[in-house]
Design a protein around this ligand. Sequence first.
Ligand SMILES: NC(=O)c1ccc[n+]([C@@H]2O[C@H](COP(=O)([O-])OP(=O)(O)OC[C@H]3O[C@@H](n4cnc5c(N)ncnc54)[C@H](OP(=O)(O)O)[C@@H]3O)[C@@H](O)[C@H]2O)c1
Length: 249
Amino acid sequence: MNSETTRVLILGGTGDAAALAAQLSVLPGVAITTALAGRTQQPSALPGAVRVGGFSGSNGLLAYLKQQHIDILIDATHPFAAQMSWNAAMAAVEARLPHLMLVRPEWKKVAGDRWIEVETVEAAAPAIPTNAKRIFLTIGRQQLAPFALLPHWFLMRSIDPPATDMALPNGELLLDRGPYTLENEIALLKQHRIEAIVSKNSGGAATYAKVMAARELALPIVMVQRPAMPSGDRVSDVASAVEWVKQML
Ligand SMILES: NC(=O)c1ccc[n+]([C@@H]2O[C@H](COP(=O)([O-])OP(=O)(O)OC[C@H]3O[C@@H](n4cnc5c(N)ncnc54)[C@H](OP(=O)(O)O)[C@@H]3O)[C@@H](O)[C@H]2O)c1
């Protein structure tokens, strides 16, 4: 890099993105901006600059990268934020910028897990076992509509409430933010007499307790697989992302 300050744009919205911003912001000569979609009403505090709101597609992102003289683009979005990852990959190619994806490993099925693996959230609704009537729906708040067509009772957990104009499944909302403990997840599943879970394969430790709790209680999980990601430089943890950036300086 030629300029004195290396400007890094982190596409965020995850705990890993926040940890990365914290670790990069103490590097000398590095200026961090984290971009958030603006979905969460009260996001956690972040070091460095924060930009909230979409860029209007990959062309909008490309324009922003140029205007702000960004030197490095890091996509640390959630593994299910595929649109943003593809937009980022395309904009980075156009801008000829170093581009890294920080993607935490997915959860792997182990002995005792009863997973029904499906490709999309839409496919999860018809895959719920027919004998399960009380379902823990833990896929966030944006894709609840397919479950509104089902007769089941749902415990729906998300950080913020769903949009008021959205058709909601029958059941109860639980507003909460991880990390969660195994003990509390088991207690929650028992309290609501849950018979099956619907989850995304998000990976990471913060929400893995529900998977362990399901194993402990022998409950099935309809597990939504990850969407396809662009090819390119990729690491699976924050420390490796920091090392990658240091090599670019
Ligand atoms: N999907 C999940 O399960 C999930 C879970 C936890 C956290 N999140 C976080 O929530 C945010 C939105 O996720 P999503 O699944 O809705 O994404 P998405 O479907 O990939 O993106 C939809 C649009 O939202 C905007 N956007 C997404 N991430 C952005 C970011 N970091 N900064 C600025 N704009 C962003 C972009 O709008 P423009 O086209 O206008 O640029 C993008 O085209 C992401 O930051 C993600 O890390 C998602």
